[in-house]
Write a protein that binds this ligand. Structure first.
Ligand SMILES: [Zn+2]
Length: 642
């Protein structure tokens, strides 16, 4: 904390000033915050586990063999160096084998399977039908870009132009590393930029993609084929092994139309150039140092301002986590997540759900009909705490100690096939979309569940040795946050069964929209950096969840501690400790370039506003710190939804 600051003037600085001073951003990180620091601590712990498993070949079970040998192969940097660009050769041969337009579809399917990368024009996988959440159908999703958002291609300010110029130089650099002459590399980079810009023009803005109705366009194969006449979908599906797929959600038909036009209009040579770039770029982080460094220089240094590449062990731990995450997760959970911690987190979750029930019943602006539906949805939410009940079986993934690139390929293909295999099969409600060591949490609208991996239920976020006030302020608010996502401007469009269906009366719909507008208007005032304001249409769901989350956590904490005599500690009342506990999950140091990147891509508001933007709305905060009207942390007009 920084107690020299008046909490009523800047509560974020008051709660986090000490942390920010004591925790400068490490040279290999884009930013540094309490979550990020815990994530690195978890990684360091996993490094110990993996180092031990990599160091022996005896006495390991099947999962331990896979993660141990994967890690050993990844850490063998000399072997990776010796290979240079050679692992790209079979893929470049495949791409160079595209000699007529009809060759494109099967080649693209091979590239999608091998890389799992959405950079090759589009992404294809499985997803729940928005109208009938128990059906798993095929999803064709817009992609094809090398920059992090379509805005980078379309904005006209100096900074965007500068980044585009550096991007083209980076693409050329990768072409050179892959064997092109400098002149050809530059020419090819220009072609890539033209193709991607055309695709970006027909891509939806990030804020518009938050509206599920805009991403739901169900059609049969005929409909899909009609969008892109020159692309042979039957051949594509056959190569993927999903010719049985009958129903497709094409998330952005305008994009696929543009893709179809590109396929018709582009010269084959340019298509091959574009595919070669995305292949080399997708593989760059797992190739030799020339590729790794070039990739880092652009994607981390230029875009986020990170000075130094992460050490190899961190990159290897991350790869094991992303490719064999539930095998690694079992080892993590066994050592760090005892049943009593799970029980305590569950108890807190139930408390917060009960608070939400009471809150909904008491809402002055919602009518009885909508309330009944809201309560039904709340009751249907399932709580996933710590780790999956059933672990994923990586049996088919062959992992060899001396074949790093091959391991990456095989694990990627396994994941792509696992995802595609779900099409047309019954929905698996037990699946997790985060691995157990992850320091994060999420709500899923269609499964209607909240998910808290073991990695996020660790000190200093969730600390079983601490009293309830900071734990409810911190983790309790996060649980409330995820819960209210089911009722934010996006989540409320899905019903208790996870179907996209309007269950609101017109009056309640209007009342919600008016209250949400209060929050959107509030955050739109805040400056992120330079003259960039928060894009509060993009951050609205998160801002609404933050506000609802802390209110529910407060109610739940009051219920949990009712009748108990709570003592002040560290010179703070229990109420003050609740709020400081809240603020301290979000203490952050950040770099200007990274702040600019997040202003475009991150649906969360910057951390100072995720704290102060809530406090100004809360009479409970005003009272706890005896703030006075007119002070910065007391708003004249207060927003409240839940
Ligand atoms: Zn959220």
């Amino acid at each position: 904390m920084d107690r020299s600051i008046d909490p009523c003037a800047d509560f974020y600085q008051y709660s986090c000033g000490g942390w920010m001073k004591a925790n400068p951003i490490p040279a290999d990180q884009p930013s540094w915050d309490v979550y990020g620091k815990l994530a690195v601590e978890n990684q360091r712990y996993l490094w110990g586990i993996l180092g031990e498993l990599a160091g022996r070949t005896e006495g390991r079970n099947a999962g331990q063999q896979k993660i141990g040998d994967y890690f050993a192969a990844c850490m063998d940097e000399a072997a990776v160096e010796r290979l240079g660009a050679r692992p790209l050769k079979p893929y470049f041969d495949l791409i160079n084998g595209i000699v007529s337009k009809k060759d494109l579809a099967p080649a693209l399917a091979h590239l999608h399977l091998a890389t799992g990368d959405s950079g090759f024009f589009f992404a294809f996988g499985s997803g729940q039908d928005f109208e009938k959440s128990t059906d798993v159908i095929a999803f064709a999703t817009a992609g094809g870009l090398g920059l992090p958002d379509r805005d980078y291609y379309l904005k006209d300010d100096e900074k965007s132009k500068e980044i585009r110029a550096k991007y083209v130089a980076h693409v050329a650099r990768i072409f050179e590393l892959a064997g092109d002459e400098p002149q050809a590399a530059l020419r090819n980079a220009g072609r890539v930029m033209e193709i991607e810009t055309a695709l970006a023009r027909e891509s939806l803005a990030r804020a518009d993609r938050r509206d599920p109705y805009r991403l739901f366009h169900k059609m049969d194969l005929k409909g899909l084929q009609a969008l892109t006449p020159g692309f042979d979908w039957a051949a594509y599906l056959r190569t993927l092994g999903v010719e049985r797929a009958r129903t497709f959600n094409v998330t952005e038909p305008a994009f696929f139309k543009a893709f179809g036009q590109q396929v018709g209009a582009l010269r084959l040579e340019d298509v091959r150039t574009y595919l070669r770039w995305h292949m080399a770029s997708a593989a760059a982080p797992v190739l030799s140092s020339g590729f790794v460094n070039a990739h880092f220089e652009f994607y981390s240094k230029t875009l986020s301002g990170v000075p130094e590449l992460k050490p190899r062990w961190k990159r290897c731990v991350s790869l094991v986590d992303s490719q064999l995450g539930e095998a690694l997760g079992q080892e993590f959970v066994r050592r760090t997540f005892p049943p009593e911690v799970k029980e305590r987190a569950l108890r807190m979750t139930r408390r917060i759900e009960e608070a939400m029930r009471q809150d909904i019943e008491a809402l002055p602006w919602m009518g009885p009909k909508t309330k009944q539906k809201a309560l039904e949805k709340l009751r249907a939410i399932s709580n996933k705490i710590g780790y999956p009940d059933k672990w994923r079986d990586y049996g088919p993934v062959v992992v060899k100690r001396d074949d790093f690139f091959g391991n990456v390929e095989r694990a990627t293909r396994f994941e792509a096939r696992r995802d595609l295999a779900k099409i047309g099969k019954p929905l698996d409600r037990t699946e997790w979309y985060m691995t157990p060591p992850t320091v994060n949490a999420y709500f899923d609208s269609q499964l209607n569940d909240i998910n808290f991996p073991a990695g996020v239920l660790q000190p200093p976020l969730f600390d079983p040795k601490m009293d309830d006030a900071p734990n409810y302020g911190n983790t309790g608010s996060t649980i409330g946050h995820e819960l209210t996502h089911g009722f934010d401007d996006q989540g409320r469009k899905f019903d208790a069964q996870g179907n996209l269906r309007d269950w609101w009366t017109n009056e309640d719909n209007d009342a919600f929209t008016e209250r949400a507008k209060c929050v959107a208007d509030q955050y739109a005032q805040y400056t992120v950096i330079d003259d960039i304001r928060i894009n509060s249409e993009l951050t609205l769901g998160e801002d609404v969840a933050d506000l609802g989350g802390i209110i529910l956590a407060w109610m739940a904490w009051k219920a949990e501690t009712a009748g108990k005599a709570l003592e002040p500690r560290d010179g703070l009342t229990p109420e003050q400790r609740f709020f400081v506990g809240y603020a301290q999950w979000g203490c952050t140091n950040d770099r200007p370039d990274n702040i600019r990147l997040k202003a475009i891509t991150d649906p969360h508001s910057p951390p100072q506003y995720r704290t102060n933007g809530l406090m100004v709305n809360l009479p409970e905060f005003e009272k706890a710190f005896s703030c006075k009207p007119g002070q910065a942390m007391v708003a004249e007009k207060r927003c409240r939804i839940w």
